[in-house]
Design a protein around this ligand. Structure first.
Ligand code: ATP
Length: 338
């Protein structure tokens, strides 16, 4: 039995969490992996209600669970996800961009993963003002850079596809911080002689993600570049509605869609739940690896092929050019799962 914490979030969060709850119920009832799911509050609504975007009770429950699924939160995102990443030391942010059928995408043969360092860079919140000047401190350490590089190389080995790692930085301008990141990746590369290693400036990478996205395998990069490039790669495969993500640490992991709370469509019941459902696929993969649990790996594979099968038939939500509501789409995924 796995204990799963489910943060329902803001905006479209509660709507896609309803889909998630149904998917997890199906996994528990029909697919042989027993789950105990606890729904938790965090985000703007929690802030209004309790005075804290990340209430202590939510954090306690997350810590007691085996893994966390987090729907997007709104304006208070930095006080929820950035804090959770730091407290739980979720140092690797994994953002796959994979082609699915029937998408309005640039190509149909994309299968890349962005491995984003999740604990440093400009996201440590170290900012201050001196008169009319605002300053942000960019922290890059050798240890964190090597740790994320190792994760990326191991992933390239496991994926066993193009067996390539692309280290993305801008060391020609950021001569201390990005140069340290690049050098750390270069050092780690020596331990993985069977994996190709290349370096690319972030502006060139942004261009190549559009020009030749099929050429990438694993991209490893710093926090801010990873944040921006993963929104781009999501759009390249057809949109944020199909982009899952994982935040992985040594002991714990949290899974969430790449997209935000999408307030512009909240309450209309038209949100695409796929990125959240595919995040659950990543969760079962991680649980399988951590616990050497074949059943969870099967569940992960089934979830992905269930979503694949649905969009292959042209059944899609509005963001992808379809007409299905969030729950109608979810029901089709569940039928495929069963
Ligand atoms: P954040 O800064 O928190 O990432 P954002 O305001 O940049 O959020 P999102 O909330 O990610 O943006 O949404 C960007 C656009 O994509 C919006 O127009 C939104 O409607 C659309 N969108 C995002 N996620 C989905 C989804 N699951 N289904 C349908 N449309 C979505």
């Amino acid at each position: 039995m796995y204990r799963i914490s489910l943060i329902t979030g803001d905006g479209i969060g509660p709507e896609i969490s309803e889909s998630m709850a149904k998917i997890l119920e199906t996994v528990n009832d029909k697919l042989g992996v027993k789950l105990s799911v606890e729904e938790l509050e965090a985000g703007d609504a929690a802030l209004q209600k309790t005075g804290k975007a990340l209430p202590d009770s939510t954090l306690d429950s997350i810590k007691k669970s085996d893994a966390c699924l987090k729907a997007p939160v709104g304006e208070s995102a930095a006080d929820v996800i950035v804090v959770l990443r730091r407290i739980l030391d979720l140092y690797a942010n994994i953002r796959p961009a994979k082609s699915y059928p029937n998408m309005n995408a640039l190509r149909d043969d994309i299968d890349l993963v962005i491995v984003r360092e999740n604990t440093e860079d400009l996201y440590t919140g170290k900012e201050f003002e001196i008169d009319d000047v605002a300053v942000a401190m960019r922290i890059i350490s050798k240890n964190a850079s090597k740790r994320i590089a190792r994760y990326a190389f191991k992933m390239a080995e496991q994926r066993n596809q193009k067996r390539k790692v692309t280290c993305v930085h801008k060391s020609n301008v950021m001569k201390k911080t990005d140069a340290l990141f690049a050098k750390s990746c270069d050092n780690v590369a020596k331990d993985f002689p069977s994996i190709k290693f290349e370096q690319m400036y972030v502006d060139a990478c942004a261009m190549n993600l559009i020009r030749q996205p099929e050429s990438f395998d694993v991209i490893v990069t710093t926090n801010l570049y990873g944040d921006i490039l993963s929104d781009e790669s999501a759009q390249v495969i057809g949109g944020l509605g199909m982009a899952p993500a994982a935040n992985i640490g040594e002991k714990f992991a949290l899974f969430e869609p790449v997209h935000g709370a999408a307030f512009d469509i909240a309450g209309q019941k038209i949100a695409n739940p796929s990125s959240f459902i595919l995040s659950a696929k990543m969760m079962f993969e991680w649980l399988a690896m951590k616990n050497n649990d074949k059943k969870s790996l099967e569940v992960a594979e089934k979830i992905e092929s269930a979503v694949y099968g649905v969009v292959q038939k042209g059944i899609k939500t509005r963001d992808l050019g379809g007409d299905k509501s969030t729950i109608e789409f979810t029901q089709h995924v569940i039928s495929n799962l069963e």
